[in-house]
Design a protein around this ligand. Structure first.
Ligand SMILES: [Zn+2]
Length: 435
């Protein structure tokens, strides 16, 4: 940071000054003690810096970028010509596009105190972790600076009374933590059906800038009690990435999701012989029908590649996805196919690929979900889904030592009532073991 650099310069000057006096001391006679140095304090006074700019003789105006507001509009009040803005736009290329001032972002103008209020610098924060400095006098240029991010380990525990989201916010934690926790336990916990009394405990690393939470670096360990059943998640590095395992070293991920949407009910099951509600005759129904409101997002049950995405006869708008050599799934009667979903598109598990509708042969909004295992259509509700691989047997002993230490730390976190809650419990980062 610039402030630090300035301090270094001043400390350096002070040292130089003291050394000069020391070196000269012998010439005054050896017995003489080193004279007390009288320092003109104003010499050492730091100028007030604003984003690194000395502002003692300037004023600072701040504001928020309004919808559709551009730089020339903001700076026209501060004696900056269109020509200068054009130069700035040219010189700022590759640093930050001055035409992309995001509405709602904070900005500051450092300007002269006279009636012209000529701008010296324009400082803009495109995100909470970075800022762009546009220098407007002498030479016109732009610089993108990153703020220092502080990582703090935090622990929290709560019993869910209303929602997971509220329980996390009640503890002064970030909503960003909710999504991460949902991702960790996506296979174990049905987050659409959280029970009152479900509990969770977390050890995680929070990122802050100037005391404001800007991100979650990682969840190191988590515990979730869902419908009375306990689940642990321990972050542990594998060959490719850090993944989550239970206390036995089993992966928490399964290869496919159970259901492709948040449904209200299953309206028709897989059957080799059922009465077709539209065609009014008995025929095989090689899929599972999930009734859900029109427009409900449909998500792919696993990573894969889109084989087909189109409108065709009785299927209506549909998408077919190949997950691996064993599994293929298909999603019918969509009101709309998801943006960018076309043959060849790579999709991630849980990604929205379309929306519930009733196109094709359907008498109400629902998703018909079809499932192929090794080329044969099977009942998606009955098929055994494989787990991802767990910790390798050669490493299991080492893993168990690590996971024990994390589960003990998790067990030790007490669930406290909201009133008793210590808003923030910063702990030493190094007392949580690292694998
Ligand atoms: Zn169906």
């Amino acid at each position: 940071m610039r402030k630090t650099r300035l301090w270094l310069v001043i400390t350096g000057l002070a040292i130089a000054l003291i050394s000069v006096l020391y070196i000269q001391a012998p010439f005054y006679g050896k017995q003489e003690p080193v004279a007390e140095i009288e320092i003109d304090s104003s010499f050492f006074q730091l100028p007030t810096l604003y984003y690194g700019y000395p502002i003692d003789s300037f004023d600072v105006s701040e504001g928020k970028v309004k919808w559709n507001q551009n730089l020339s509009e903001i700076l026209s009040k501060y004696n900056i010509s269109f020509q200068d803005i054009h130069t700035l736009a040219q010189n700022a290329k590759g640093v930050y596009d001055v035409r992309k001032l995001k509405a709602g972002s904070k900005y500051y103008v450092i300007h002269d105190r006279d009636s012209m209020q000529t701008a010296r610098q324009f400082i803009f924060e495109p995100s909470p972790t970075e800022y762009v400095v546009y220098n407007l006098v002498d030479s016109i240029y732009a610089e993108l600076e990153h703020k220092e991010i502080t990582v703090t380990e935090r622990r929290l525990a709560a019993e869910i009374n209303t929602s997971l989201y509220n329980s996390i916010l009640d503890q002064d934690a970030s909503p960003m933590l909710v999504q991460q926790l949902v991702d960790v336990f996506a296979w174990q916990v049905d987050f659409f059906r959280i029970a009152k009394g479900d509990k969770f405990k977390l050890i995680y690393e929070e990122e802050t800038v100037d005391g404001e939470i800007v991100g979650i670096k990682s969840i190191k360990g988590a515990y979730f009690e869902h419908w009375g059943k306990p689940y642990y998640a321990i972050a542990y590095p594998t060959e490719e990435k850090v993944d989550y395992f239970d206390e036995e070293g089993n992966s928490l991920r399964k290869t496919l999701l159970r259901a492709p949407l948040n449904y209200s009910r299953i309206s028709s099951r897989f059957s080799l012989k059922r009465f077709h509600p539209v065609q009014k005759r008995y025929k095989a129904h090689l899929g599972t029908d999930y009734a859900a409101p029109r427009g409900t997002p449909i998500r792919t049950v696993g990573d894969g590649v889109v084989l087909e995405a189109r409108y065709h006869g009785g299927n209506g708008n549909y998408v077919k996805i190949k997950h691996n050599s064993n599994y293929t799934t298909q999603y019918l009667h969509m009101s709309k196919i998801g943006r960018g979903i076309k043959p060849g598109t790579t999709v991630k598990q849980g990604q929205t690929i379309g929306y519930v509708g009733s196109t094709g042969l359907a008498n109400g909004p629902h998703l018909c979900f079809r499932f192929w295992k090794n080329g044969r259509q099977v009942d998606a509700l009955k098929v055994d889904l494989p787990s991802s691989s767990g910790i390798d047997s050669s490493q299991i002993a080492q893993y168990r030592v690590f996971s024990d230490s994390v589960t003990h730390l998790l067990d030790a976190i007490e669930v406290v009532e909201k009133e008793q809650l210590l808003a923030k419990i910063p702990t030493e980062t190094d007392d949580t073991p690292n694998p």
